[in-house]
Design a protein around this ligand. Sequence first.
Ligand code: PLP
Length: 387
Amino acid sequence: MTQIATRTVPFARPWITDADRAAVQRVLEGHILTHGPECKAFESDFAAFMGGGHAVTVSSCMAALHLACLHFGFGPGDEVIVPAETHVATVHAVEWVGATPIFVDPEPATGNLTADAIRAAITPKTKGIILVHFGGIPCDMPRIMEAAGPRGIKVIEDCALAVGGRWGGRHVGLFGDAGCFSFYPVKHITTAEGGMFVSRHADVAAAVAILRAFGVDRSHGERAKPGMYDVPSLGLNYRMSEMQAALGRTQLSRIADNLGRRRANFARLAAACGRPGLVDVLDATDPACANSHYCVAAVLRGPLAPRRDDIARRLNEAGVGTSVYYPQPVPRMAFYREKYGYDPGRHPTAEAISDTSIALPVGPHLSSEDLAYVAATFPRVVDEVLA
Ligand SMILES: Cc1ncc(COP(=O)(O)O)c(C=O)c1O
């Protein structure tokens, strides 16, 4: 049965206020448009929010991941463990440096890689592990760091969806050797395009800051003579603009409110949508873990599993915006399938999440009426499909 939409609730919408607009405007009224004091201030604001570490503004999370793979020297002949279920950016970063991605299936309850699965995938060729805090649910970092062991395997945390995610109080991105954040419009905070590279190691952050800006040895402010610098290493231009950094700072100033609303929205929707044996909502399973509540990822089971597209269509017709994280396991995407081959069933949990899950909105754009509407519409649609 098709329902006439009585309300339109987008899956996500950037939360832009007058303070955000004014901050961007102020930059435009000045003379420094990129790579200046706003970027520096955003870096220190972000490190302060995390409660430690060193932050480097970059042009996207993909750029941060690429910089990490370059900095740690991954290359041909090296294996890098990655989740089978993630955004292609996680794996493209490995491909761009010529290393080989080793796909590992996540666990069903959280969508995250476990320490045991990682341990089983480590070989003498393993040079790195890129973890994804799936849908903002932190991986079990203490156990994963133990699994990475003393052999010098570098651990990179893809925190694209995990601003505010913590384990035992420590912010994600500060367990491994590097963390990579995204500020794409649908993320917790946005700079339109943009990201942050973080590391608990000052030397790693300093080297990546140079790599991100052509390999130039000093910033504008540090040059004794205008225009004079040297280039001791190869580099890229993955810098963030001052307008983006100013926007990021005002966005970050509202992060406590933002995360609080997400937490409350998630709790309400998880209670309304979860059904034993039929709908599993991915969430943290360990009390030490603080989910950052990017979305509600509802995995359909049993008779609902083959009806995912039908259920999503009915929700969309009723005005409820949905998404899928992610539309295919990465090894099943054409580029990877053609390069490495793919046997259906090889990554059953990744396949189940891609093929049978629906992501529902929890962002601060939801009014209490929107929330009540989604909380009523999802179970109603499920009942219709089961009838
Ligand atoms: C896990 C993950 N990594 C990386 C990215 C890429 O982020 P960006 O668009 O900032 O490059 C995304 C985007 O959604 C993502 O979900």
